[in-house]
Design a protein around this ligand. Sequence first.
Ligand code: SAM
Length: 276
Amino acid sequence: MESGLYVVATPIGNLGDITARALEVLRAADLIAAEDTRHTSRLLQHFSIASPLFAYHEHSDARAQQRIMACIAGGGVVALVSDAGTPLISDPGYRLVREVQEAGHRVVPLPGPCAAIAALSASGLPTDRFLFEGFLPAKAGARTRRLQDLASESATLVFYEAPHRVADTLNDMVATLGEQREGLLARELTKTFETLKRASLGELASFVAADSNQQRGEIVLVVSGQRERDDTLSADTARLLQRLAQELPAKRAAAVVAELTGLRKKQLYDFLLEQR
Ligand code: SAM
């Protein structure tokens, strides 16, 4: 195996989600840089892997980074893992990846589990554009301001949330984004008590408030973006679109107008369908 830093995704609950490549790299690694060595040692034990473990986390000092760099410079293989899922996604590693790249060594991603992508893939909400927001601020005021900034965003929104804050966060979402906005609560993904519930934000807030079990475990919230309304089309755009649709198939007409106006093809196409 070529030397370098291998960024290895690990399961977010179900150990069956480990990939064949992840096992191969973890077995071959000269060093496994782990966010929490006790946590990762349980994973390694399960797969009978005995490669040396080493703590690398947000508060690691320069020496920890130097040790990793020296290993790679000496021709070694270093695997970077976080407690669960894909390293660097709301997890440490960004500075290390940069340093390895800048020193001219290889950085090799090993794709695999990621809670945000798992939730999104089963959300039933549009996935053509999404905004990963990670964790919202813990303090109520800052959280509300952040949500207000996101209120007009049309892409689907993806948040990580701590279980003891999920009820408050859903209430804040109702207040800032509206109770009718659709959302998904994805809890304990890939684990025994996996829950996936798609409903309006108002319903989700009531569901979580009424059942303390929904305020446990690990949680991803996915929220629909603000839907563009047909009346955002100016009268000129609507006229142009309708005239073109008399000459061209609706999809083609929508594509041409999207190109000319910068509006989304789907919005224009949906407008034409509703006019029929
Ligand atoms: N790097 C990880 C990834 O790729 O998903 C995320 C790390 S972040 C520190 C941890 C957060 O991810 C949790 O607080 C929760 O919001 C989410 N998460 C992780 N595992 C999860 C699971 N099994 N079900 C739902 N959410 C999960």
